[in-house]
Design a protein around this ligand. Structure first.
Ligand code: GBH
Length: 480
């Protein structure tokens, strides 16, 4: 396609007819209104309000105030012309205690959101869990009925299935795609072993139990969603395209350990119905832990309609001594691996190297390794940049336009090579609360001024709009 694509004047990447384009967000990162209309607290409220946990003590109390400004934000989506919008439901808005009494005002909010999206011609893709576990499931309140323990206990997976059933019964007639979990790797390991995400724990066993219970939660939710007649069901993983720093045996062994921890702990049970075989005690522990019950792997490995993949950057690893003194932690994330950065290329403000071909390689690798691979959706891809509103009132984020152009071309190359990729969502519609990094990282194609909450579409927004228009025109030409 030869269309000039705006500020960088590079051609738009060619995508197959019918390929769907969208944008993504997550509840805690944009909604705010953390204590309004009956929403219960989540582990991210607790974590962000704990001193020292997030950059500058940032919280999601207000965030982008999307809870009150969703009509304006849907207007931005309509103007943009996206096919799909991926957002997450805040579990503690529907069920303030995680289980038990339902909050009608929470259901009403997502009803209105979904109806307005449909009126704007945008299909909803709903993530059920983007990290905001109801606090009552982590530590029970005096009045609460939950047992506590969070993802370390099986009851949380059972509560998740009830929540999934509630959401599917209420919204299933209007939701196109359901994503059970976003990046369970982060929930299990960043949250329970590294402690950099909520609930901020540094436990080996706890992290392994959480990993298993998250997978069980996924399996139970798939069953509940199917029973409620949900349309398409999948899960979103942050899979890594990994390299070893050298060909030496130690780095190659480190690479294998990282492949297991970052990718195979998730892809093997989900796509092959088994835990990865590895000599390392970690994975033996995960597979044989007391948390595993007969039938779990069949449940976890039930067929999916799609696999969501979030991709930002490749990772290169080298062998390193264990960092943790605690031997229990060594059986979880501290696997004797450290990241190095040999990438002589541009880096985003996250410090992440920009290497688009790594996305093609990741997708082709998945396709080659998994005979049962369902269709893939890129459910997040994007770039954090230093975006400021220029004197002309615009945000000239040409580096982001380059990033998105190159990664869409990388997806297109994977499709050409035979990988079944159905859609691509930009992370993110809005600048938002970037977890432990607070408001210091801007991923949006729309700028948010956190003092006034003014939204300013960046140049990348206008570029994406042009790309979507051109893609739709081309799809109409090729499909009678
Ligand atoms: C995704 O995570 C998330 O789904 C999304 O919510 C997020 O906004 C987006 O990517 C961009 O990061 O805070 O310094 O401890 C991607 C994987 C894992 C990247 C956790 C940041 C924490 C680094 N993320 N990691 S730090």
């Amino acid at each position: 396609m030869s269309n000039a694509s705006g500020p960088t004047a590079r051609p738009f990447p060619e995508l197959p007819a019918g390929f769907r384009l969208g944008a993504a967000t997550a509840a805690y990162q944009i909604e705010g209104a953390h204590d309004q209309d009956g929403r219960g607290p989540s582990i991210w409220d607790t974590f962000s309000h704990t001193p020292g946990r997030t950059l500058g003590g940032a919280t999601g109390d207000t965030a982008c105030d999307h809870y009150h400004r969703y009509r304006e934000d849907i207007g931005l989506l309509r103007e943009l012309g996206v096919d799909d919008y991926r957002f997450s439901i805040a579990w503690p808005r529907l069920l303030p205690e995680g289980t038990g009494p339902v909050n009608a005002k929470g259901l009403d909010f997502y009803d209105r959101l979904i109806d307005e999206l449909l009126a704007a011609g945008v299909a909803p893709t709903v993530t059920l869990y983007h990290w905001d576990l109801p606090q009552a499931l982590e530590t029970p309140s005096d009045s609460g009925s939950a047992a506590g323990g969070g993802w370390r206990v099986r009851e949380t997976a059972e509560a998740f299935a009830e929540y999934a059933a509630l959401a599917a019964e209420r919204f299933g007639d209007r939701v196109e795609r359901w994503i059970t979990l976003n990046e369970p790797y982060c929930s299990a390991f960043v949250g329970h072993a590294e402690g950099r995400h909520a609930p901020g724990a540094e436990e080996g066993r706890g992290a392994l139990a959480a990993a298993h219970h998250l997978l069980v939660a996924h399996g139970l939710a798939v069953r509940a969603l199917r029973a409620a007649g949900a349309r398409e069901i999948g899960i979103t993983l942050n899979l890594d395209r990994l390299h070893a720093a050298t060909d030496g045996p130690e780095d190659q062994a480190a690479l294998r350990r990282a492949e297991v921890l970052h990718n195979e702990v998730w892809t093997e049970p989900l796509l092959s119905g088994r835990y990865p075989a590895h000599e390392d005690e970690t994975w033996a522990g995960l597979a044989a832990g007391p948390w595993r019950l007969p039938g779990d792997l069949e449940l976890i490995g039930a067929p999916l309609d799609f696999l969501g993949v979030n991709f930002y950057r490749p990772v290169t690893v080298t062998a390193a001594p264990h960092r943790a003194a605690d031997p229990e932690l060594r059986t979880a994330v501290d696997i004797g691996v450290t990241e190095v950065d040999p990438y002589g290329t541009r880096h985003t403000t996250m410090g992440w190297p920009v290497v688009p071909e790594a996305l093609t390689e990741l997708l082709c690798g998945l396709h080659a390794r998994h005979p049962r691979l369902p269709p893939i959706w890129i459910t997040e891809n994007g770039s954090a940049e230093t975006d400021t509103v220029a004197p002309d009132g615009r945000v000239h984020d040409t580096a982001r336009i380059d990033y998105l152009t190159d990664h869409l071309a990388a997806v297109s190359a994977a499709v050409t090579a035979g990988v079944d990729v159905r859609g691509y969502y930009v992370w993110s519609l809005l600048d938002n609360f970037e977890w432990a990094r607070g408001y210091g990282q801007r991923f949006g194609i729309v700028h948010v001024d956190y003092d006034t909450l003014t939204r300013t579409p960046k140049d990348s927004y206008h570029w994406y709009r042009g790309l979507i228009t051109a893609h739709h025109a081309r799809t109409e030409e090729t499909t009678p």
